[in-house]
Design a protein around this ligand. Sequence first.
Ligand SMILES: [Zn+2]
Length: 426
Amino acid sequence: MYRAFALICLLCLPLNVGAEPLLLKADAYLDVASGKLVKPAEILVDNGRIVAINQDQWPDQVDVVALPGKTLLPGLMDMHVHLDLDFETGDFGIVVTESGAEAALRSAKNAERTLMAGFTTVRNVGQVHPSLDLIDAAVAHAAEQGWIRAPRIIPAGHMISILGGHGDLAMAEGLAEGRLELGPEYGVVSGAADAIKATRFQIKHGAKVIKIHATAGVMSLEASVGARQLSDAEMVAIVEEAERHEIPVAAHAHGTEGIKAAIRAGVSSIEHGSMLDAEAIQLMIDRGVFLVPTNGLMDLINLDLLPAQKRAKAEFVSPRMNQSLSAAIKAGVKVAMGTDAPLIPHGQNAFEIVKMTERGMSPLQAIQSATTVSAALLRMDDLGQLKPGWHADIIAVDANPLEDIRTVQSVPFVMKGGEIVKGGPG
Ligand SMILES: [Zn+2]
């Protein structure tokens, strides 16, 4: 009995190390709201939250974490990922050959990579495995419970799409009719009643954002990348249902008419937004709709590997995406950072931040896009800044990111919710 007690206590010791408040000492931190680089940086963290910054006196009982030469930033946020997909096997077919359980484990691996790159919050805008379980809601729960090392995950469950549309995953591998016919639970709908059922099913099982397909995409069957898909009535039904639960709707939309229809239906964000015209940009500004441009991936996709029709669509859409993003930035649309990982591989998410500076953002704007603007899109008012009382999601970088934005691409220190997950002492 005594021996067992002693053993338990020994096991307790390392766990207790983190119980003291932590004092992070670095060269500087970026106040992302004002854009001011503040020197030095002393940030006290306790119980998962930031307690105080640059106080004259600190309590005696603190563990100091020395980060000499480093600049502190709030944890980065990616508003468009698909954690259950990657191309390690070089094969999109995993969406129909893997079980939901395998997909959850694959998601956990990709989530850890994302966290280690300094991304402490991600929005998973749709699982791509057509398994009934909400894989991303399960992974979000596991992350929250500390079972896995992962960012905070805002899950969408299944994407809502028309029968035969961009998100009808039965189309993924060209399966013959009858092999896999999906219904509203899986996000595949025909009509407003189905659309409401699909929305309710995702929310019932843990979705915190609803993802819809307002238009086709590069990977769908239509010859046109921007062809409209969900009807006005279907989109309005989804938005009304989701907003009754105070859950925002994110709309995948490439074509101009589909973008405008989604905005008019009341969505909170346009994903991709490849073909914006002046009216679409004005509508976004008037209605406070966010753009999540997923711009950088086109620089990474090897077009030669795509079949001819998809390649033609990608070549058509790519320059338009760049022009649309630059025009949106110039007009003052709220742009939140999203990668569409794995199209930018999980763990290389910061590539998108750098790309946005090539489309007209200042380094500060690009960082805001991945912090304060993303937090606003998520309707979270205690994330995305280094402020007393806010979540202690903190990363360190090697250089002043306002002078060298590429420094966010290699993050040596990551803290999420007050816990050091990378680059701790010793
Ligand atoms: Zn996507």
